[in-house]
Design a protein around this ligand. Structure first.
Ligand SMILES: CC(=O)N[C@H]1[C@@H](OP(=O)(O)OP(=O)(O)OC[C@H]2O[C@@H](n3ccc(=O)[nH]c3=O)[C@H](O)[C@@H]2O)O[C@H](CO)[C@H](O)[C@@H]1O
Ligand SMILES: [Mn+2]
Length: 342
């Protein structure tokens, strides 16, 4: 082998070693970058997980593995609890959740003549809704001057936000999704742990407390808890994004009350808003507006907790055997008189 050949072989060898080192080094840099990214990404939503801690010296009835409600289902087929009177111990559950120092944001919209419902809604909420826990109501209205003075209980506060008036009640009802999407993404992300979004033409008559908290919470509609699913008023036109095929579906959920963690409610409201925008671009409006989109969402994203119709009844004057206590109910209203359009 000539000197020149030897030199070439040595050169090729060094070349290989050098490119190997460069490859390793670039790979290491990539790994480092990944690790750095992981370390610096901040969780966007408040995530508390204290478990369900109890305290010594609390006395309550023995929980039973055998005895419970037999006239209603208290768990879904995907193992989410369905909350009825008799399925929880209010004293125990309050003690457990007291330790978590929670804030529950609650939104309510009152535009146009619906401001007349505010007084009873807020006054009754102050008697029954998360009493003893931190609650921050966000009230959206086009008429802030008509918001009544209601004395807030300890750790309860109210923020009023002005929103533009709209001519169609359907747009007011559907428009809530976009406002909630923004609220849950921006300012509330680090302020509250859970959120509930409630209709205003309602009144509280009984306890609504921490038994309702969960990642994604749907309320079974008071007209449809005891009927086969072909009766559910889902959107059945394929052209709408809210479409659910005939013969499918779990429960029919009300649009008048839903909630969960900030993260989950943000995803829900964002999806419903996006789907409603697509429908609008295709000149179609789902049969029950955002309620149809909510039902589609909760069909494919199963709620982690369901509230029985005790948590949204039709009208206090009607009764049904399984509903042992009416906690929250729609009030009777004359739609033609209160809505801006038919
Ligand atoms: C029992 C139930 O499931 N109720 C739902 C149902 O009828 P509802 O008859 O309960 O609808 P609604 O008239 O109460 O409107 C929904 C909400 O929009 C707000 N609003 C509406 C009109 C107005 O002029 N000003 C105003 O502030 C207000 O917060 C009201 O509670 O269908 C609606 C959409 O189709 C919503 O899904 C409701 O939650
Ligand atoms: Mn309503």
């Amino acid at each position: 082998m000539s000197l020149r050949q030897n030199f070439l072989i040595i050169l090729v060898f060094f070349g290989m070693v050098l490119s190997g080192l460069i490859y390793l080094n670039s790979n290491q840099t990539r790994c480092n970058q990944q690790i750095i990214e992981q370390v610096f990404i901040e969780p966007k939503w408040k995530l508390k997980n204290f478990g369900l801690r109890s305290s010594p010296g609390i006395f309550y009835n023995q929980p039973s593995a055998l005895v419970g409600r037999t006239d209603v289902a208290s768990v879904t087929s995907w193992l989410a609890p369905i909350i009825w009177e008799g399925t929880f111990d209010a004293t125990l559950i309050d003690i457990i959740y007291k330790q978590q120092n929670l804030t529950i944001a609650t939104t309510v919209f009152a535009l146009g003549k619906y401001t007349r419902f505010l007084k009873e809604f807020l006054e009754s909420a102050e008697q029954h809704y998360f009493v003893g826990f931190r609650v921050h109501y966000y009230l959206f209205t086009d008429l802030p001057e008509e918001v009544p003075e209601v004395k807030m209980g300890e750790n309860h506060s109210l923020t009023v936000r002005k929103v533009p008036s709209l001519n169609r009640w359907q747009d007011i009802s559907m428009g809530r999704m976009e406002i909630l999407e923004k609220l849950t993404e921006n300012e509330l992300a680090n302020e509250a742990d859970y959120i509930f979004c409630l209709d205003v033409d309602t009144k509280f008559y009984g306890r609504w407390g921490v038994e309702t908290l969960g990642h994604l919470v749907g309320v079974i509609h008071p007209w449809f808890f005891n009927v086969p699913r072909f009766i559910f008023t889902y959107e059945h036109r394929r052209e709408s994004q809210a479409y659910i095929p005939a013969g499918e579906g779990d429960y029919y959920y009300t649009g008048a009350a839903f909630g969960g963690s900030l993260n989950d409610v943000h995803k829900l409201t964002r999806t419903c808003r996006e789907q409603m925008n697509i429908d609008a671009a295709n000149s179609i409006e789902a049969i029950w507006h955002e309620e149809s989109h909510l039902n589609k969402y909760l069909f494919y994203n199963k709620p982690s907790k369901l509230l029985s119709p005790e948590y949204l009844w039709r009208d206090i004057s009607m009764c049904v055997g399984q509903v042992k206590i009416i906690r929250f109910s729609h009030v009777a209203k004359n739609n033609a008189e209160v809505r801006p359009n038919l």
